[in-house]
Design a protein around this ligand. Structure first.
Ligand code: SAM
Length: 280
């Protein structure tokens, strides 16, 4: 049986039984592979790094979306950077307050292949009339953006290859400029146990542009190395809503399998070693 070895870390990593390879190509932006695995279903990797699987995608996509959206309470204009598999978009569109979603994905091939091989990720979301899909570099887009958003979600690859610019100060400043005063930015911010510098770097780079700089944790089984950090920032001092408010806002959200008001509140409880990474 062929094995797929993730190459994110040289000293350690996970590997998958690699069943049928459904697609593999260099897209011009990154190496893209999609293969079958008997436990996780279809698996996608970009440049040797696991991006998403059919079996556990719900954990990540629900937590990346419903924490900022339910905190805000009535987001109308949402910007997604990356997210080519469509899982973030699917969850964003569950919120009845959403009037428009702009999604900026650098690689058209990821969208096309995920629509074909991961239909349950997007579930038709790319056909929603509220969506404006832009195929572009998210950093270039934000640099020339003139719109205002209530929530920005950066569902990027790791800071290697095309994703690197999405972890830099000028991108974050562009997001701050694009956010409404009470708007919220959430970022895919790495697995702190293995990529602690990503928490520290983001925390430092956010100092000049955000009043709220925090993180919350989510254990995604196929993001190896422990819980993943999700960055959470705003130009305002954001207070987490109470349980009753989160419960009310969750009632409109159908087909949840991970997110709950309890998990939302608990996710911001950070272990000491992660708190110690949040230094200026
Ligand atoms: N959930 C995954 C994770 O946590 O690593 C991310 C999944 S999603 C497939 C990552 C997306 O970011 C990919 O579709 C990739 O093409 C996109 N991406 C990478 N760099 C980008 C950039 N500079 N601008 C826009 N999209 C980018």
């Amino acid at each position: 049986m062929t094995r797929y070895q993730e190459t994110l870390y040289s000293e350690w990593g996970q590997n998958f039984e690699q069943g049928k390879t459904l697609f593999e190509a260099d897209t011009g932006h990154q190496h893209l592979i999609i293969f079958d695995n008997s436990r996780f279903g279809r698996v996608m990797a970009l440049d040797g790094v696991i991006q998403t699987t059919e079996a556990d995608e719900f954990v990540y996509h629900e937590m990346m979306v419903h924490v900022p959206m339910n905190t805000h309470g009535a987001p109308k204009r949402v910007l997604i950077i990356g997210g080519g598999d469509g899982g973030i978009l699917r969850e964003v569109l569950k919120h009845s307050s959403v009037e428009s979603v702009t999604q900026v994905e650098i690689d058209r091939a990821v969208v096309d292949m995920c629509v074909e091989f991961f239909p349950n990720h997007s579930q038709g979301a790319f056909d929603d009339p509220r969506l404006n899909l832009v195929i572009d570099d998210g950093a270039a887009f934000i640099a020339s953006n003139t719109e205002t958003y209530d929530v920005i979600i950066t569902d990027s690859t790791d800071p290697i290859g095309p994703g690197e610019v999405l972890f830099e100060s000028h991108f974050y400043q562009g997001c701050a400029n694009a956010l409404a005063t009470d708007g919220i930015l959430v970022t895919q911010n790495g697995v702190p146990y293995m990529q602690g510098d990503e928490v520290t770097n983001t925390y430092r780079r956010w100092k000049s542009c955000f009043a709220t700089r925090s993180f919350y944790l989510t254990p995604v089984p196929t993001y190896a190395g422990g819980a993943m950090a999700m960055g959470f920032a705003s130009k305002s001092n954001i207070k987490t809503p109470d349980h009753a408010t989160l419960k009310h806002r969750t009632e409109q959200l159908n087909a949840l399998k991970y997110y709950s008001p309890e998990v939302h509140l608990g996710a911001f409880g950070l272990p000491k070693y992660v708190q110690d990474l949040m230094i200026d």
